[in-house]
Design a protein around this ligand. Structure first.
Ligand code: SAH
Length: 498
């Protein structure tokens, strides 16, 4: 079975649910040049990837070979996804591929995609139709078969008086505009180019049919871009909501483990950023759980969790020891923040205490309110955690068992990827001191001095400052505040630590 999936114009937000599901189940993915990194990141790890869309000048795989490749994979009995930019049937040769599969008795299905012909204008504030301006929209390819000259019937297009959208037209832009003008289009007809539409680095140009080619050359606009001609282009000035987003055009590295990165990445994308997810740490259960075993033999009043990983890995550790959460029966539970409290909820447990500010210092103070002198606290956290929390408790006469349940190790597997992507990044977001260490360890020599770092709290900020990064600290330890902190890195340079 071959599934043709339209990947949409850019990020995963504009991939359909059916498309995402097909990708999730794919065993082989055959994809084109226009499919974004963000979509490719959704390909399951075990699936084979075939890139058949090398740069135009560097010989893309001929269509006949692609057809044969699809058939071969399918005949091997594999679930094949044919992934194309935008919609597969709009100038995507999807029809030809289906014909070939049909002729060879190979079953296929088609999942439509959001086409760039409509999405790129939309993301630039250009509705392709609007009752005040037109009553039709026409999508035209400016790419001729082989090396043949363009065969565009400019006269008919001009007479239609609808919005015209040209694809594959950047090189031919002067020819297209000249053709339309020669066919009687008024030179001051509004016209626009949207480059990298719906992508974080989208650029747009709004001009007139006469002025567009020169202005596009000046801006250095390149493919992929759509050309829009018609009165609706004037609406871009007032309706463009995408370019003004605070992080538009910025690239931010998210360093937390993939399982936890999603929410922060989504927040940053919603602010217009391009996000590079590059986990700089991994949390792994400790091989040696003797400290936990010993601590469980001693009575405690409170179990204290300082991260969601601490909760999940404690459950795993107990299982490894042949026990379960009932060993904590009768203890009260403290969580450093709401994410940790949510992790407890997953096991049907409520946190008895969460400090107002989500950090170790406030957690210690809140616990000291609850714990009498001589009381006992069981800290279940990462090895090498900050000494502040146990120190403050011990100082106040609390017996502390600081039990390392897991280690945070640098995600070396991602180091090469991080180093490669760093050159195009503007900032990194850090959710713990260990992510800062992992980041520096993986790519320290490639990090420009004064590289911008958004840090979730003071411990993280201290670590980042230690490495000479330009630091900004979130107002509180939440994903929302961290995203706002990234925004501040670019909106002002006040209150930073050098
Ligand atoms: N099937 C695709 C179009 C393939 S033809 C679709 O439905 O979108 C390739 C052309 O699509 C490019 O030359 C460019 O004109 C346009 N295109 C594709 N992605 C684009 C994007 N993100 N921004 C602007 N134009 C894009």
């Amino acid at each position: 079975m071959v599934t043709l999936v339209g990947a949409g114009p850019g990020g995963r937000g504009l991939l359909t649910l059916a498309g995402a599901e097909a990708l999730r189940q794919a065993e082989v993915v055959v994809y084109d040049r226009l499919v974004s990194e963000e979509i490719l990141a959704l390909i399951p790890e075990g699936a084979e990837r075939a890139d058949v869309g090398k740069e135009q000048s560097r010989h893309p795989v001929p269509q006949a070979e692609i057809n044969a490749l699809l058939a071969r994979y399918a005949q091997d009995g594999r679930r094949v996804v044919r992934l194309k930019g935008g919609d597969s049937f709009l100038f995507g040769r999807g029809g030809e591929e289906c014909e070939y599969l049909k002729a060879h008795g190979i079953p296929f299905r088609v999942i439509p995609g959001v086409t760039s012909a409509l999405a790129a204008p939309a993301m630039a504030g250009i509705p392709v139709t609007h009752r005040d301006f037109c009553s039709s929209v026409h999508i035209i390819t400016a790419h001729a078969r082989g090396n043949a000259p363009l065969e565009i019937d400019y006269g008919s297009l001009v007479r239609l008086r609808g919005t015209l959208v040209f694809l594959m037209g950047v090189t031919a832009l002067p020819e297209i505009c000249a053709g339309l003008l020669a066919a009687g289009l008024s030179p001051d007809t509004p016209a626009a180019v949207v480059e990298n539409g719906a992508r974080p680095h989208q650029r747009k140009l709004v001009s007139t049919a006469a002025g567009l080619p020169d202005a596009a050359r000046e801006m250095g606009l390149k493919s992929p871009a759509v050309i829009v001609v018609g009165g609706v282009c004037t609406l871009s000035d007032t309706l463009d909501w995408f370019t003004p987003l605070p992080l538009h055009g910025r690239t931010v590295i998210v360093t937390r483990p993939k399982a936890r990165a999603g929410r922060l990445s989504d927040k940053l994308r919603a602010l217009g950023a391009e996000v590079i997810e590059c986990p700089c740490i991994e949390t792994v259960l400790r091989a040696d759980l003797s400290a936990l075993q010993e601590a469980l033999a001693v009575p405690h009043d409170w179990a204290v969790f300082t991260s969601p990983a601490g909760v999940h890995l404690t459950v795993q550790a107990l299982r490894q020891l042949g026990r379960d959460l009932r060993v904590l029966y009768g203890l009260r539970f403290a969580a450093v923040g709401c994410a940790t409290a949510e992790a407890l909820e997953a096991y049907g447990l409520s946190a008895d205490l969460t400090p107002e500010q989500y950090d170790g210092t406030h957690l210690a103070e809140a616990l000291l309110h609850e714990l009498p002198e001589g009381g006992a606290a069981l800290l279940l956290r990462a090895s090498g955690g900050s000494p502040e929390l146990p120190g403050r408790l011990a100082e106040a006469g609390i017996r502390v068992s600081d039990v390392p349940v897991y280690d945070t190790v640098c995600g070396a597997a991602e180091a090469a990827y991080l180093r490669e992507r760093l050159a195009s990044a503007d900032a990194a977001a850090f959710t713990s001191a260990s992510t800062v260490r992992g980041f520096m360890q993986a790519a320290g020599d490639c990090v420009p001095s004064g590289f911008a770092a958004a840090c979730i709290g003071p411990q993280t900020a201290k670590e980042a400052a230690h490495y000479g990064l330009r630091v900004k600290t979130a107002q509180n330890a939440t994903v929302e505040a961290l995203a706002a902190c990234v925004e501040e890195l670019f909106s002002d340079r006040k209150g930073e630590t050098e």
